[in-house]
Design a protein. Structure first.
Ligand SMILES: Nc1ncnc2c1ncn2[C@@H]1O[C@H](COP(=O)(O)OP(=O)(O)OP(=O)(O)O)[C@@H](O)[C@H]1O
Ligand SMILES: [Mg+2]
Length: 305
């Protein structure tokens, strides 16, 4: 069934009165309540370039990546397009069912496992390695909404594969986590996908990149992790994670990637208004997905098993 683009119309009066951070709607991120839903939603307003008023594509990127992720098997927070006080935004439905659940971010898990881990670093972090992540989540299962049973790290390998597919560079240690309820813990679905699919580029640049294959390939190769040590390419990072995952996990993720059809994304984008996402952005996204899917599949088959 095609997805729908039906923005939630939100404003100051929808802010969650119980928000512990007492956000007043002045920031770009706010928790809101909507009718007939007992969970709150996190609203993020798309950034606007002050110089010329260009609105970044964070909203369509966040919305589209969830659908791409789901089609390669990755469970995600549920995201809807939104308007907040008339500004383009997205709303992400809380992954926590109620107050008995808590989200523990990756940096907290890494610190618990490695007392010297520096939680405060936002860029490249010397302690942020695949093997550290693997150690920090040992014994924790993947999300219950995953269609097969996998351990947390095996699932994270799929998140990294999806990041590489969509050129999402922002998987820092607070952009994944574990949900805890009482003595139970499981990996949270993937969230925060707005920094992907070339959301920040201008259409003129996308056009130039689409016309010049060499330029395009160079742009794609600049897709590196901003946070993992050594800033590896997203493709190398994902393949590294897959290669240390279980056989079942590798087969599951690579099988989904194999079946994924970048061309099909065009049809998924039909409900998105053209003033929100331009024609050239759509072509750019399909080309990017096609290229990254190939890079991942080729890299995976070339990497030693
Ligand atoms: N659907 C969700 N359910 C529960 N918590 C969420 C959800 N979405 C986001 N959060 C929480 O809110 C925080 C900020 O959200 P998110 O990462 O999407 O925003 P951001 O501003 O893009 O973050 P960043 O600082 O990574 O740029 C997350 O780190 C997480 O703790
Ligand atoms: Mg984040």
């Amino acid at each position: 069934m095609p997805h729908q683009w039906v923005p939630l119309d939100l404003g100051e009066s929808d802010l969650d009165a119980d928000d512990p951070e007492e956000q007043m709607g002045s920031k770009e991120k706010n928790w809101v309540r909507i009718a007939d839903d007992d969970r709150r939603w996190l609203v993020k307003v798309a950034r606007v370039d002050e110089r010329d008023g260009t609105i970044s594509g964070e909203d369509w990127a966040e919305w589209l990546v969830q659908h791409i992720a789901n089609s390669v098997g990755v469970p995600t927070a549920h995201v809807r397009p939104a308007l907040f006080e008339g500004q383009r935004a997205t709303a992400s439905r809380s992954m926590l069912r109620n107050d008995s659940e808590r989200l523990i971010h990756g940096n907290e898990l890494l610190s618990a496992r490695f007392p010297n881990y520096d939680q405060s670093i936002r860029g490249e972090n010397p302690g942020y390695t695949l093997s550290a992540v693997q150690d920090a989540v040992v014994g924790i299962p993947g999300p219950p909404d995953l269609s097969i049973r996998l351990e947390a790290f095996d699932t994270i390998a799929g998140y990294l594969m999806c990041d590489a597919l969509v050129a999402g560079r922002d998987r820092h240690h607070e952009n994944w986590g574990v949900i805890r309820r009482g003595g139970d813990r499981w990996l949270a679905p993937s969230f925060d996908h707005g920094n992907a699919l070339g959301f920040q580029e201008r259409d003129a640049k996308r056009m130039r990149l689409l016309r010049d294959r060499e330029l395009f390939d160079r742009w794609v190769r600049r897709g590196t992790s901003q946070h993992f040590v050594g800033r590896p390419t997203l493709v190398d990072l994902a393949i590294g994670a897959l290669r240390v995952s279980s056989r079942d996990a590798q087969d599951f993720w690579i099988g989904h990637l194999h079946d994924f059809q970048p061309d099909g994304v065009d049809a998924e984008l039909e409900p998105v208004p053209h003033d929100v996402m331009s024609e050239v952005s759509r072509r750019f996204v399909v080309s990017l997905l096609d290229t990254n899917r190939r890079r991942l599949l080729d890299g995976y088959s070339a990497a030693p098993a």
